[in-house]
Design a protein around this ligand. Structure first.
Ligand SMILES: Cc1cc2nc3c(=O)[nH]c(=O)nc-3n(C[C@H](O)[C@H](O)[C@H](O)COP(=O)(O)OP(=O)(O)OC[C@H]3O[C@@H](n4cnc5c(N)ncnc54)[C@H](O)[C@@H]3O)c2cc1C
Length: 387
């Protein structure tokens, strides 16, 4: 099996969430033949999606914004630029990040998961993607190819099979990749609110012992929150008005009283580190390859960076699933992913830990020291921006 004619597709991608769908689009635009397998295709009617706001909001870095813009899927509407961020410790510590201090128009962009996903799926249709709306049943690989068989009995062969099937990846398990899972014993609560005071494009984050609360600005004087907490069960049982009061209080009424505008969702927070992100003719991307604590809003950003890395490598290669290419992909992504996972983990544990005497004072003092150090602060901003 070395002739291209014997493949049904160049690449088969399992999972059409933000990361898998973006890779499919990037490869189609390179002229590759792509099959996208998605068990639950998203809604793509932008008019009806604009009737309400999605509580699943992402902070997308400027580097990834440029990438999505180049693919032609960046929405002009329903996006909020963040130009400032205020972070408060659980004592006297405070640090602020300012776009102007690093001469950039904004730190990142807030936008809805489902709206961006719809834009990408509309572009996929325009670019002639093949979609299979079925679950995969089995997978076989050899030195030259990967073959996937679906529940509907159909089988397809490709040079490369990509697993973009999320945190509990089926493909990862099928090819026998072990994964280290480290639960934070917390859930992330997300919901949107309208505010009394304007946010002026500023994001806020409060470390509250083990809990972390973020206010993320949205258009039309709204915010989205991510509250990482071990009290999720109690908080999500509250009536809307009571929950809004708790969120306003936890955020020191910085934006005044809040009014809940969406349902409230909660997710388990788990760091996942697969032993490897490649196997014979297989690569993992996005949450299938890594999950991080949401405190830095970097989960999907890491996934978009996987897409850029893998699609660049595939653009330059004739054997697009070769072992040397896959090893290069793994090598290129490992450091950035591990640094982000350890960074988020370290920060989470620093504030969750009260066992050592003086640790509370020290961590708040640390925030103040970073706040005064232009150099370290600029480096942190640039890293979060993907620069
Ligand atoms: C509370 C919280 C807040 C977050 N905030 C941010 C943020 O601000 N910024 C940020 O960058 N990230 C954030 N993240 C992380 C972000 O949600 C994920 O990193 C991102 O959604 C991963 O995208 P993905 O495409 O890899 O996976 P998913 O979105 O999980 O997509 C996987 C897709 O695969 C499909 N699928 C799965 N199995 C199969 C199968 N067997 N057959 C066919 N299809 C299949 C699913 O239907 C789905 O469409 C947050 C996460 C949480 C929990």
């Amino acid at each position: 099996m070395s002739s291209k004619q014997q493949y049904d597709f160049d690449v088969i991608i399992l999972g059409g969430g933000l990361v898998g769908a973006t890779l499919a689009l990037a490869l189609l635009q390179q002229g590759k033949k792509v099959l996208l397998l998605e068990k639950k295709p998203p809604k793509t009617n932008l008019g009806s999606l604009s009737q309400a706001w999605d509580a699943r909001i992402y902070a997308v870095s400027p580097t990834n914004q440029q990438f999505l813009n180049k693919l032609g899927v960046w929405p002009e509407e329903r996006v909020q630029a963040v130009n400032r961020m205020q972070v408060y410790g659980d004592g006297h510590g405070h640090i602020s990040f300012d776009a102007a201090s690093v001469n950039v128009p904004c730190l990142n962009y807030m936008l809805e998961n489902r709206y961006l996903l719809a834009k990408i799926w509309l572009a996929l249709a325009e670019n002639g993607v093949t979609i299979a709306e079925s679950r995969a049943q089995s997978v076989k690989t050899d030195v030259w190819s990967a073959q996937i068989t679906l529940e509907n009995g159909k089988s397809y062969r490709s040079q490369l099979l990509v697993g973009a099937d999320g945190a509990n990846s089926w493909l990862r398990e099928q090819v026998g990749i072990e994964v280290g899972a480290f639960p934070y014993q917390q859930q992330g609560i997300v919901a949107n609110f309208s505010t009394v005071k304007p946010h002026h494009g500023c994001a806020y984050q409060w470390f509250r012992g083990g809990d972390i609360l973020a206010y993320l600005p949205l258009p039309q004087q709204q915010i989205s929150i991510v509250w990482s907490t071990s009290d999720a069960e109690k908080l999500t049982m509250l009536a809307g008005e009571d929950f809004a009061r708790q969120v306003a209080q936890a955020g020191h009424y910085t934006l005044g009283e809040l009014t809940l505008t969406t349902p409230v969702f909660a997710f388990e927070l788990i760091k996942r580190q697969p032993k490897t992100v490649i196997s014979q003719r297989v690569a993992l991307i996005g949450d299938a390859a890594h999950t991080v604590h949401p405190l830095a809003g970097q989960g999907v950003n890491l996934g978009f960076a996987d897409v850029q890395c893998l699609s660049n490598l595939l653009a330059q290669s004739s054997d697009i699933g070769s072992w040397s290419l896959l090893k290069q992909y793994q090598r290129s992504r490992l450091l950035a992913v591990r640094m982000m996972q350890q960074g988020c983990d370290g920060l989470f544990r620093l504030f969750a830990n009260d066992d050592l005497p003086g640790i509370g004072w020290l961590r708040n003092q640390g925030l103040n020291m970073v706040d005064c150090s232009g150099m370290i602060k600029n480096r942190l901003i640039r890293q979060a921006m993907g620069l």
